[in-house]
Design a protein around this ligand. Sequence first.
Ligand SMILES: [Cu+2]
Length: 470
Amino acid sequence: MAKIRAPNIIFPSIFSEDFMSSSRRNFFQDAAAFTAGLFGLSTRLDAAVPQSSAAPAEKNSPHHYALAPKSKSARSHDHPHVPVITPDVPDLPFTLDGTTKAFRLRAEPVKRKIAPFKTIDAWGYNGSCPGPTIQVTQGDRVRIIVENALPESTSMHWHGLEVPIEQDGVPFISQKPIAPGETYTYEFTVHQEGTFFYHAHSAMQEMIGLLGLFIAHPQSSYAPHADHDYAIVLQEWAILPSNTVPNTASMEFNWLTFNGLSAPSTTPLIARLGSRVRLRFVNLGMDHHPIHLHGHQFVITGTEGGRAPESTWYPTNTVLVGVAQAKVVEFEAKYPGDWMIHCHLPHHMMNSMMDLLSDRQIQTANTTDAKALSQMQTLANDIGVEHVHHSPIAENANSVPGFPQDAFMEMGMDAAVAKPETYGLPANWSAGMMGMMTMVRVLPDKQFEEIQSLIRNHQTPKPEEHHHAS
Ligand SMILES: [Cu+2]
């Protein structure tokens, strides 16, 4: 594995104030020409292909995607849309039976490492939780064979899709439940376009993870063309400290995930500077999530009902994704930088440090980074947590009512979560990432291509050594 030097050495200019302000100035100066060039740019990014088939990842490991090199056949009339990428979740392959696309989903228990120090026992499909993403094109005939490898009966509902009643997947009402060990075949024609989901039609099975994305690409492509199309499933979990099994009867949640992972384990979204980015958020949980994007305005271009007419689009930067809803947003990635995308509910921007308090008996934060570092290394050396990032705190901090708030909750885990998509992030970036968070990394051509190359070559650069200012 190639050792690659750290970000702020390789890309010094991107993170400097000078670069940011001058690039913004240039942007405004060149705005007209830039916008005019957008449509031309989009053909460069045509073929984003999942690499999970080329390199089958072990269960629960992140799935990485690279943009394929530009090919002559990848013209917009041949490939009217880029495939949806669901970070950290594989796509579901299909076989063709005549013109019918046949998929197989196996409902089963799944172990999921949702954070460097937390692995849970969820249920999911084909080893993944959320289940693999289904992608079809409007008009397709689809067959989905559902195998039940759970210890109890189940069924499958196609949320938002207009299917005949016998395909609706509601136990006893539209079908007999699928018993353990049995399979059931669903078949229907998809006449809609949009962001749909599949899920077991049983509340507690949904809350333990039996759900996934069902994307129907439109027959004629959406305009304007999106260069990147990312999907994120929002979930919340109630898991007591020292436990691995979610409490699906709970109404209070301590773990919040994007695509089954809590930040900083979530894989950053990579976007080329100047590209148009589509984000699809799907919520099948118990809470509503106001999802906020830093540094850019977006428009809401679709819901669980499909594409919204352009006359309804308005600029905003926060979208409330309600339970059972999909919200699709689009924006032009105008400003270079690593921009956070996160649920803005404060408790959804946290990981459950109670697990560490319980399992590791971590004490109140120490007063200097050096002391805190030694505290953490002693107590948590085996979980990939490098240090407590809280310095400086006051000498009397531990005697102040209310302390600590965030001081001991921020832990750098750069090495534990390193992957190609995190290459170039500043040291200790992971300390500020928790719960329902990820980021979109808007990168100029050179840095964008470097990361694409790392993804294609399955290289995970070693993060920079942290330096502690004690
Ligand atoms: Cu939330």
